[in-house]
Design a protein around this ligand. Sequence first.
Ligand code: NAD
Length: 277
Amino acid sequence: MALLFPTIGCQLAFASLAIPMTATTRTPLPLAGRTALVTGAGSGFGRAISQRFAQDGARVGLAELSTEAAEESRRLIEADGGEALVIPTDVTDYAAMQAAVQAVTDRWGRLDIMVNNAGITIREAFLDLTVDAFDKVMAANLTGVFHGVRAAGLRMKEQGGGVIINMSSIRANVGGFIHTSYCASKGGVRMLTKAAAVELGPYGVRVCAIGPGVAETPLTESLLANQGALDDQLARVPMGRLGQPEDISEVAAFLASDDAAYVSGATLYVDGGEMTH
Ligand SMILES: NC(=O)c1ccc[n+]([C@@H]2O[C@H](COP(=O)([O-])OP(=O)(O)OC[C@H]3O[C@@H](n4cnc5c(N)ncnc54)[C@H](O)[C@@H]3O)[C@@H](O)[C@H]2O)c1
């Protein structure tokens, strides 16, 4: 160290030289040449993330239960000059997840970014919640994420790196009425993200999560149609508005990019400040 930087002044001079170099070498399309797979890509956050990744230069596999919804996402991406592939997928089926990862690598040679976004909710009071309903939410929201992390993790280990982003929620941290199965699944995603980050880090794979607050998507449409529930929700958010899919896709684009090269294991909450009080 002493030989490389004999004086503090020299270190400062070196550091000030390094800053413009980083700025000038950054590509205008941060995900150019990369490939991504997004589950639940036909609606809400998944569609916005897929569109944003394509705008940032990535080619995007659209893994969806609804082929019709995924086709609409593909049409939107292609109309914007991007490239996308529809992959009919049920994330609760591990073989289907493996096939989705394979479809992306068959088409584009590698998988750089995996977004485990697909999820559902069943709103039921705790004592009315059936075992079947609980299992259904866990299968989509938690086991589905495990399937995606495992299938993508194996591929990324083989190719020497990648980024995995899981969709959690503020409900990973705070409980809520009629949300037992959802809270349990999202808390599981938060911890699965940490555990996977520990084990996949040595292979050059970052594993992160996003924890959105309440946002306007088809998932929350019926809840927010109730004026009382909407008013209650807005009163809880310091920023005084609901989240939008673009609030989430911006953060996903950051986590997927090299700007987040040292971010792993973290859940980034995007909730307008709701969890601060
Ligand atoms: N909207 C919110 O307020 C909010 C807040 C926090 C977290 N989230 C989470 O964000 C994610 C996306 O939510 P959204 O609001 O965009 O929902 P959405 O209902 O608009 O979209 C979810 C998509 O996932 C697909 N999907 C559902 N089950 C699937 C399965 N088994 N296999 C493949 N695809 C499946 C659906 O077909 C749908 O297109 C979910 O994990 C959700 O829990 C949403």
